[in-house]
Design a protein around this ligand. Structure first.
Ligand SMILES: [Zn+2]
Length: 452
């Protein structure tokens, strides 16, 4: 049997293994003793390590931060790092997000593409390579993390307690491969005085805010004026309800990844715009519209910039209120050639404005591997050989992957060009023939890395 036939023969088992992981709701939850990210991620890790053991791999659980399955001998470690945690299922699914459901040539379920599917694909790629009798003169280690979506603290732990990788990849991005990742900058915006009584929206800082609810005192603007202003925004839906001395706006936009904010509709940003358009006069609303707004390019606060690899992006993911103060999370992706100093200089004049303030938490370094480096070559040639796609070039992206947390790796698959797999969204899916092909690509890639 050639490798394609072997993968086809295993496909039922492969999808059964994946469904065992999809079943675990592994979003970040409350910390418990021995479970730094809560029960869900720990459960998913246990199940993944069980599957790896059933396939005959040596496994290690690193304190429920992450774990790994390993084969081979030697000093060097070819590392593959995927994640088992997920973003919350959210609303709007047509199937149960935790039951892998086959419709046509797709499987639907949270994590099918991001990133449980690729973890299982790489595990079976390792199995196929091992069973083929290939010489394993290096170790091949599949690391499975439990905290990629909310800070990658799992990989901080890995770096503290486990051996560094020699070379490798994270199957948590795009094909052909990602040789550059923008730097990450995190900020917080806060109100000073505001007439807004309550506001909340969004659930993670690294996604476009899909919903927002705002309560304002009545008497300032009419329900009609608000409805008119809201109807002029790109919001998918909204409602205005009159209460006792209050008006409540509920707005629905569209989630998207923070690195591609223009693919989403920010419910908070649109609501702020509508409040101002309806005539609601408020220092914080003015601050928001002038300095955060909906352009997603940082132009309101001195950060707009770009280079040949891409422009800066700017996203307000969460808005909330605490002790009478409104706060907003700001997630910024910085072009790979832009220096930290330039950003700090740009934001300086806006740190303390009339209606609000910005606080810069940190600016992370970008990642950049030359296109002709052995790592990029090994991965790209595996992709091209198996997929026969020689048209698409390696990418630079705004998303931060594990490649930023672990030395020696870049992101490699599973998403193919021109398909929206709805990751971080309702109805996330994988495409069966493409998924099975990815196993072959990963097998070939490991083989190439072993040969370096
Ligand atoms: Zn992911």
């Amino acid at each position: 049997m050639d490798i394609k036939e072997q993968i086809n023969a295993l496909s039922e088992e492969i999808f059964d293994s994946l469904s065992r992981l999809v079943r675990c709701d592994s979003q970040l939850s409350e910390e418990k003793p021995g479970m730094p990210f809560g029960e869900g991620p720990a459960l998913a890790l246990r199940e993944a390590l069980n599957i790896a053991e059933e396939l005959g791999f040596h496994t290690v659980n690193l304190d429920n931060y992450c774990g790994y399955a390993e084969m081979g001998e030697g000093e060097d470690i070819i590392g593959i790092a995927g994640h088992l945690d997920i973003v919350p299922a959210g609303e709007g699914w047509h199937t149960d997000p935790f039951t892998m459901t086959k419709i046509g040539d797709r499987y639907y379920g949270r994590g099918t593409t991001d990133d449980k599917g690729p973890v299982i694909a790489c595990l079976y790629a390792m199995k196929l390579l091992r069973d083929s009798g290939a010489a394993l003169n290096k170790r091949v280690r599949l690391i499975m993390g439990c905290n990629e979506e909310t800070g990658s603290r799992c990989m901080d732990h890995y770096n503290q307690v486990a051996e560094p990788l020699t070379l490798g990849f994270t199957p948590d991005g795009n094909f052909p491969c990602i040789y550059g990742e923008k730097g990450h900058m995190a900020m917080k915006a806060e109100s000073k005085e505001t007439k807004i009584l309550d506001i909340h929206g969004g659930f993670v800082s690294n996604a476009v805010m899909p919903k927002c609810t705002v309560v304002i005192p009545s008497g300032e603007v009419t329900k009609k004026a608000l409805e008119k202003a809201l109807s002029e925004t790109p919001l998918k839906s909204f409602s205005v309800t009159e209460g006792e001395g209050t008006l409540t706006i509920e707005a629905e936009g569209l989630a998207a990844h923070a690195s591609t904010p223009l693919l989403g509709i920010n419910a908070g940003g649109c609501t702020m715009q509508a409040l101002a358009d309806a005539g609601f006069r408020d220092d914080f609303v003015d601050f928001y519209n002038a300095h955060i707004g909906t352009k997603c390019d940082g132009s309101g606060c001195g950060l707009k910039c770009g280079d040949e690899y891409g422009d800066l992006t700017f996203n307000n993911g969460i808005i909330g209120m605490k002790d009478g103060k409104i706060f907003c999370t700001i997630d910024i992706r910085v072009p790979v050639t832009v220096k930290k100093e330039a950003l700090l200089q740009g934001i300086e004049p806006y740190l303390d404005c009339k209606g609000g303030t910005f606080t810069v938490f940190g600016i992370g370094e970008p990642l950049f591997y030359p296109k002709d480096s052995p790592l990029v070559n090994a991965l790209l040639s595996a992709y091209r050989e198996v997929s026969k796609d020689t048209e698409h070039e390696p990418l630079v992206i705004g998303g931060g992957t594990y490649a930023k947390s672990l030395k020696g790796i870049i992101a490699f698959g599973p998403e193919k060009p021109d398909t929206d797999y709805r990751i971080h969204n309702a109805d996330e899916f994988l495409i069966i023939p493409e998924y099975l092909e990815s196993i072959e690509i990963y097998e070939k890639a490991i083989e190439n890395l072993l040969a370096i």
